[in-house]
Design a protein. Structure first.
Lengths: 213, 213
């Protein structure tokens, strides 16, 4: 693609959002970032990836994780050597997301990327959802769980994602108006939903004056 | 169109949802219902259209409107001659919506039609939203208001629509997961958003086994 475009994807747990993000990146021949963001943020900040993994898409508890762990006394985290809270990790990760968006077109899944890049005119935000039945089915296909356990995992993970998003943004997770485009995967299925989203991206690119990057 | 399709449209006030619904119906050459529903419900129920207009997209106050007005003593409303509440009007209007969906393809704006037709396999539900700036601009173009008044009207009308929807359905107004598809009109503009939604409807029709009606 000649025009830079950053696609951010929010998603219900088990909806197929991650699969759609990957396939969309492939179809558009652009980069894809999901959990990879943590390794990058770790590298850029000089902190251990483990910190980012433990804090991944979890809102700050109000207590500093690192403070509780006793790390803050070590003075390692200059220029921010007071506490190493989830909030601090969020800021590091936000820098990483902004750097990636600077570099070139990509798909970024989760991590409030839509909010972090809210002033970027090349950004389009999506929210992917699915029927409860399809979500349970998808989870059972990849994890050895009972239906009840899958239901519980859906509730718990969505609640955690919503808390994280609502804490770090001034928007509401899963509200249609928080995203440019939201879609129920059950109508067209994964592959055709990817094609359909791609057609939206192409319409947007053809509409805007060309950008280069 | 050979295949029956019912498109329901929820919308933020001032978003352009009504205009999109009308243009979509025209583009697909199918019927369009918005405020027309009230005249139809009045005709079918034998009640005055005024009742439906006063209750339009307003949740029941808990007190019966008609009871307050003293109408319930007149025994006019058999077989429901106890009270003529907003709830009762909602039920009449729901019957009208189901009858229309039986008759043929159409676009229905508002009035919880997505929920009323939730078991109809030919139904697709949409939610139309727009940026705050565009919504204010659209309102100012059609009504003689100040920016502050337009902002207030947006808040008040959306709140009223949300209360109505949340009261009569088990879903949340404006939540992405309450609809098959939600879109921010500001990305493509009204006319191209219509084209894009039309392409979604066509994909859905081509995917499903043919229905006739």
């Amino acid at each position: 693609m000649n025009n830079k475009i950053i696609l951010t994807i929010g998603r219900q747990f088990g909806s197929g959002g991650r699969e759609i993000g990957k396939k969309l990146a492939k179809a558009l021949n652009i980069a894809y970032y999901d959990k990879e963001l943590m390794a990058l943020a770790a590298k850029e900040s000089g902190l251990s990836e483990e910190f980012f993994e433990k804090a991944d898409e979890r809102a700050s508890s109000g207590l500093s994780y690192a403070f509780t762990m006793g790390y803050s006394y070590m003075g390692l985290f200059t220029p921010y050597n007071d506490i190493l809270s989830n909030d601090r990790l969020f800021l590091y990760q936000s820098d990483t997301i902004r750097n990636l968006a600077e570099k070139g077109s990509c798909v970024i899944v989760g991590r409030c990327a839509d909010y972090i890049l809210r002033d970027n005119p090349n950004c389009l935000s999506f929210f992917i959802h699915n029927t409860k039945e399809n979500r349970i089915q998808r989870i059972l296909e990849s994890q050895n769980l009972t239906v009840e356990q899958a239901k519980e995992l859906i509730l718990k993970t969505d609640k955690s994602r919503a808390s994280y998003y609502n804490y770090y943004t001034n928007k509401e997770w899963g509200a249609a108006s928080s995203y440019n485009f939201s879609i129920d995967v059950s109508v067209l299925g994964v592959d055709e939903t990817v094609e359909f989203i791609k057609s939206f991206v192409e319409r947007k690119i053809n509409k805007q004056p060309p950008h280069f990057g």
